[in-house]
Design a protein around this ligand. Structure first.
Ligand code: MN
Length: 208
């Protein structure tokens, strides 16, 4: 770990920390010194907040780079899924499930919809491998997800840079061909946590 990386990590989580009252929310405060060195992880959380959405998170540079994806990832390469970037989350967030209380940022129920490792497939124009954080900074990254529900390659592409008061926007798109999973039912109200097997409703009831 380089000194510059260590210094950038706490700042990377400052928005995450500023938005939350850790005396009220059960979410992890998160540390900025989670050891790296293993294969990087991804997680997709289903979040029943003011609007139901999926939170797609990829480990890069010691944090979870995060996007809110209203419809969730698709297995169909023809379905481009809108993804709005949100603040970096601590790596510890990858196991978070439970209920964020009323009045707190992101109030509502969270389950881990899918999780696993990923392999970075991002390359530069010469075809050389590019670190994921660098690829994201450049506005395009691709990666192979090895989860329970999501298996295969996806890409994230920035389509609006967030200038001129517009909100930054990305597209999450499946790469390659349809898989046998394409088109399967994905009613989020019936979806189950890959950690507990519980639905959003069951998770909410257990917390009360
Ligand atoms: Mn969310």
């Amino acid at each position: 770990m380089t000194p510059s990386t260590e210094m950038s990590r706490p700042r990377a989580l400052s928005r995450y920390h500023r938005r939350r009252n850790f005396r009220r929310t059960p979410e992890p405060r998160g540390r900025s010194d989670d050891p790296g060195g293993r294969e990087p992880v991804f997680v997709v959380q289903l979040h029943d907040a003011s609007t139901l959405h999926y939170d797609f998170r990829l480990e890069a540079d010691g944090v979870l780079k995060s996007w809110a994806v209203p419809k969730g990832p698709s297995d169909d390469p023809g379905e481009k899924r809108f993804a709005a970037p949100t603040e970096d989350h601590p790596l510890a967030y990858r196991t978070f499930e439970g209920v964020i209380p009323e009045g707190q940022y992101g109030a509502g129920t969270v389950i881990v919809w899918d999780e696993g490792r990923y392999r970075n497939l991002s390359t530069d124009k010469q075809g050389r491998e590019m670190p994921l954080g660098e690829a994201l900074a450049g506005g395009h990254a691709s990666f192979r997800l090895e989860g329970s529900k999501l298996r295969g390659a996806w890409s994230l592409t920035r389509i609006r840079d967030g200038g001129d008061g517009e909100r930054e926007a990305w597209l999450l798109v499946r790469q390659g061909h349809h898989t046998r999973h394409a088109g399967r039912g994905r009613d989020p109200r019936r979806a189950r946590s890959v950690r507990t097997g519980h639905t959003l409703g069951q998770t909410r009831r257990e917390a009360s």
